[in-house]
Write a protein that binds this ligand. Structure first.
Ligand code: SAM
Length: 218
């Protein structure tokens, strides 16, 4: 499989252009832009579709799922305000691209996926690329209590409500970023845990994610 993992000047140039496009669209966090500039997004695509890898679009990855649009990945990453060494739970590993961005930002990443094929693929491909988050298979709508508490939690699928379990698994001072709405569109919501039972919620822009499917979800 080694032939697939070639990052030449063409891909590097396309990645630089993508970074500039995201900057123009309003992404301001230079560390996030740097991470987008580093992670070879074409590695998550079949070689036939490499010409699509640096367009600012979501793309099918099999199992009826998508690799998120780069703008969305940058937007959510920016909202997390990652500090070096932050323990971050990602719900919805998908292609693994978002997890790589979080690793580049210096986070210790725990990522959970409910689809076995995607879990198997990412837990092989990401370490091969040099990214080593901890992978879990299962329903992440309940979080992963065993490894809680987390500094940050990111949900990359659309939820009907904010699951209580996720709020419980956040440290005080921690941030949850989650798209909440119906199955057609969701508002990005950030929740800051200001005290043991005290939260500040901010509702932001509209997005369209695949549904979060599970016990505390659809
Ligand atoms: N973060 C991903 C990436 O970088 O490619 C994009 C994720 S994709 C938009 C959403 C993912 O969430 C899908 O792979 C889907 O199978 C997964 N998912 C949905 N419900 C889930 C749940 N309850 N627990 C874990 N994963 C879930």
């Amino acid at each position: 499989m080694a032939y697939k993992y070639i990052d030449n000047y063409r891909e590097q140039g396309a990645r630089k252009k993508l970074v500039e496009e995201l900057r123009k669209k309003g992404i301001e966090d230079e560390r996030v832009l740097l991470a987008i500039g580093k992670v070879p997004r074409h590695f998550f695509f079949d070689e036939t579709f490499w010409n699509q890898a640096y367009k600012d679009i979501a793309f099918p990855i099999g199992e009826d799922q998508t690799i998120s649009q780069p703008y969305t990945v940058a937007y959510q990453s920016q909202l997390l305000h990652i500090n070096l060494g932050d323990k971050v739970l990602e719900i919805g590993t998908g292609s693994g691209y978002q997890a790589c961005i979080l690793v580049e930002l210096g986070a210790k990443v725990y990522t959970i996926e409910r689809q076995e094929k995607l879990y198997e693929r990412t837990s092989k491909v990401l370490p091969y690329m040099g990214y080593k988050p901890k992978f879990f298979l299962g329903d992440g709508s309940r979080g992963i209590a065993k490894h809680a508490p987390y500094d940050k939690i990111i949900v990359t699928a659309g939820a009907p409500t904010v699951p209580d379990e996720l709020l419980k698994q956040l440290k005080v001072g921690g941030i949850l970023v989650i798209p909440v709405g119906d199955q057609q569109s969701q508002k990005m919501v950030t929740v800051l845990k200001v005290g043991e039972n005290d939260y500040e919620k901010i509702v932001l822009d509209t997005f369209r994610f695949v549904p979060l499917v599970g016990d505390k979800a659809w």
